[in-house]
Design a protein around this ligand. Structure first.
Ligand SMILES: *[C@@H]1O[C@H](CO)[C@@H](O)[C@H](O)[C@H]1NC(C)=O
Ligand SMILES: *[C@@H]1O[C@H](CO)[C@@H](O)[C@H](O)[C@H]1NC(C)=O
Ligand SMILES: *[C@@H]1O[C@H](CO)[C@@H](O)[C@H](O)[C@H]1NC(C)=O
Ligand SMILES: *[C@@H]1O[C@H](CO)[C@@H](O)[C@H](O)[C@H]1NC(C)=O
Ligand SMILES: *[C@@H]1O[C@H](CO)[C@@H](O)[C@H](O)[C@H]1NC(C)=O
Ligand SMILES: CC(=O)N[C@H]1CO[C@H](CO)[C@@H](O)[C@@H]1O
Ligand SMILES: CC(=O)N[C@H]1CO[C@H](CO)[C@@H](O)[C@@H]1O
Length: 324
């Protein structure tokens, strides 16, 4: 009798999972070969042109635990956090001086200003097709980020580490670290360089929090693609996500298909202005500027996109209300 009511509770808990539109939590059977070949759930082409994807991105297997938020309970009818296990492997995404992306184009124009390695969300081998599923209605973009103390970032530079990029190259929102690129260069690093920052399409700051080391920083960004608003949820480590902003206007985003775009996460390092460049080169941040060429990295887990139909996943099977 007692057992059967526990079983019933287990059924109820699993039944309230909110619809996951895209799951970018790398299963343990996802291999380096999969990564090299852009097997779902990632398109791995945004990287230096001379090396394979596994040179830049390391699947960590069981050597590091992912964010605990999405662990499965060993006994779902007994939701004790200590009796849970991870189902995804984190990954470390790095850049070095070879991380010069050469997009298609004739002639190709290497992005010498940037150093970048990114994974793009992809489903059914087609990242564009995902836009019509993930960038409609109200959806929530989850990610967890951890510092790599062996390969720290240089907070005198700007880093874009997660965003949605429509065809016009703008970002529907972005998570940023370091000192925002300016021309001319101001005093560096800026006071909040070591803070993770969530910015809207107009680059206004919505939320920031110190990028402490040894912690998983869990984010969820709620996007209403019709009303063009944003909302932010955040927590660290095993703490369930909490609301950290109100419903924020994001109306500079282009409406409908023109505002939809690819979901990127990784390390994109902007340069500093090179005083020896011409004024037009100095304003061409993609192709010109100073890069020291250091090897640097961030670690990721907990990447997925969900609909808010049944609420926002806060971790440990808990659902909370969307920001209204
Ligand atoms: C991993 O295993 C699952 C379940 O067996 C399977 O559906 C999936 O295709 C596998 N993924 C890879 C990348 O091999
Ligand atoms: C991926 O590419 C690298 C570089 O070519 C290669 O060494 C490696 O064997 C490939 N596969 C895996 C699983 O790393
Ligand atoms: C980094 O790469 C650029 C472009 O290939 C090169 O000009 C520069 O000398 C390299 N810097 C270092 C420190 O290797
Ligand atoms: C990918 O999806 C887009 C949008 O649905 C479609 O136009 C395109 O043909 C697809 N590409 C491939 C290679 O299937
Ligand atoms: C970090 O970037 C600044 C600005 O370009 C540079 O002066 C400094 O040497 C860099 N530090 C490292 C460790 O590369
Ligand atoms: C850019 C690069 O190094 N590409 C290599 C990736 O790995 C395959 C085989 O695994 C090679 O054929 C490519 O040349
Ligand atoms: C919160 C915020 O900064 N919202 C901005 C979103 O974009 C519109 C249009 O550019 C601005 O007017 C809002 O201020």
């Amino acid at each position: 009798m007692v057992l059967s009511s526990f079983v019933l509770l287990g059924v109820v808990v699993s039944a309230c999972a909110t619809p996951v539109i895209y799951d970018g939590r790398a299963p343990y059977n996802y291999t380096g070969d999969d990564l090299n070949n852009s097997v779902d759930p990632y398109l791995s082409v945004v990287k230096g042109s001379t090396e394979n994807a596994t040179y830049y991105t390391t699947l960590l297997g069981h050597s590091l635990d992912p964010t605990p938020l999405w662990n499965e309970y060993l006994f779902p009818w007994l939701p004790l956090r200590s009796l849970s296990y991870a189902t995804e492997q984190p990954m470390t995404i790095s850049i070095d001086n070879t991380s010069i992306f050469v997009p298609g184009g004739n002639p190709p124009q290497p992005q010498n200003g940037f150093r970048r390695t990114e994974l793009i969300a992809q489903k059914d081998n087609n990242h564009t097709a995902l836009n019509n599923l993930a960038d409609v209605g109200t959806t929530v973009f989850h990610v967890s980020i951890r510092a790599d103390d062996m390969l720290p970032l240089n907070m005198s530079h700007e880093y874009q580490i997660m965003w949605i990029e429509p065809n016009d190259g703008s970002h529907v929102f972005e998570i940023q670290l370091g000192s925002p690129f300016t021309n001319p260069t101001g005093p560096l690093p800026v006071a909040d360089a070591h803070y993770l920052k969530v910015r809207n399409h107009a680059l206004d700051l919505l939320f920031e929090t110190p990028f402490t080391s040894g912690d998983w920083h869990n984010f969820a960004i709620q996007i209403d693609w019709t009303e063009l608003t944003l909302g932010v949820f955040y927590s660290t480590n095993a703490q369930p996500l909490e609301v950290v902003t109100g419903l924020e206007d994001n109306s500079s985003t282009l409406p409908a298909a023109a505002g939809q775009g690819d979901y990127h996460f990784g390390v994109l390092k902007l340069p500093l202005v090179d005083p020896s460049d011409t004024p037009s080169e100095q304003s061409n941040v993609v192709h010109y500027g100073i890069q020291e060429g250091d090897k640097e990295a961030l670690t990721y887990s907990g990447v997925f996109i969900e609909s808010v139909e049944d609420g926002v996943s806060a971790g440990w099977g808990k659902l909370i209300s969307p920001i209204a």
